[in-house]
Design a protein. Structure first.
Length: 239
């Protein structure tokens, strides 16, 4: 019996991982708008209903554009580096104007950007639910206990260390045999494999370097952490 080939994803079939309804689509986790082309092979997907798959799409585009605009200091498509964001702002002047209006000037510390909290929360929660379902074969349909969204540069040194640290070596919860979390535990404990498709870095799964990384933990509360463009740190916890 090889645990590398055992998966319990059968429990997720027929269920939207975001609301529990019947799924009629699959959703990429993370959304492709957060990644650059060419996309990584075998991008994770989860079952979703059409409504859940679509209703946050505009918020996802908003957040991807906001992060890039903050990093670039402008909404000018001619200055933006990411091609997907450049195209989104060029075809949607209303979005560009909305983002530009969120840029405020603070004489003491320079420009600041005021995000639309509800839109950001919608995206962060959806991404966390998708990662949890994919990795743990565990749909998390209830409200989380905590959602944290903060730029990495705004963290104190101790906060950054706590956010970045590897999962505890003391096993407090064992991933179920057959879940991807169990498979990854086997992979992380095994000798390095040059053909391995998943790239791990200090416990993080790197979907695309400099663009998107995440980790899922059950050592204590079930938690999902991820980082957008090595700038925006996000953490969602369920008790």
């Amino acid at each position: 019996m090889d645990p590398r080939h055992l998966f319990v994803d059968e429990r997720l079939k027929g269920v939207c991982v975001y609301c529990g309804a019947h799924p009629d689509t699959v959703d990429h986790v993370p959304s492709r708008v957060f990644l650059d082309d060419p996309l990584p092979p075998n991008l994770p997907t989860v079952d979703a209903c059409f409504s859940c798959n679509q209703k946050v799409s505009l918020d996802e585009e908003y957040l991807a554009c906001l992060v890039e605009c903050v990093l670039s200091g402008t909404v000018d498509p001619g200055v933006i580096q990411r091609e997907k964001v450049k195209r989104a702002l060029a075809r949607n002047p209303r979005l560009a104007n909305r983002l530009n209006c969120s840029k405020k000037t603070d004489g003491s510390c320079g420009p600041i950007w005021e995000p639309e909290d509800e839109r950001v929360r919608n995206v962060v929660l959806k991404l966390a639910q998708g990662h949890a379902a994919y990795e743990l074969s565990l749909p998390l349909l209830g409200d989380p206990e905590r959602i944290l969204v903060v730029p990495l540069p705004a963290m104190s040194e101790s906060q950054r260390i706590d956010f970045e640290k590897e999962p505890s070596s003391q096993v407090q919860a064992w991933p179920e045999i057959g879940s991807r979390a169990f498979l990854q535990a086997v992979v992380l404990c095994a000798p390095p494999n040059q053909d391995q498709e998943v790239f791990f870095d200090d416990g993080w799964q790197v979907i695309q370097p400099e663009r998107y990384r995440y980790k899922v933990s059950q050592t204590g509360p079930t938690s999902v952490s991820f980082v957008l463009s090595e700038y925006l740190a996000c953490l969602v916890e369920w008790s």
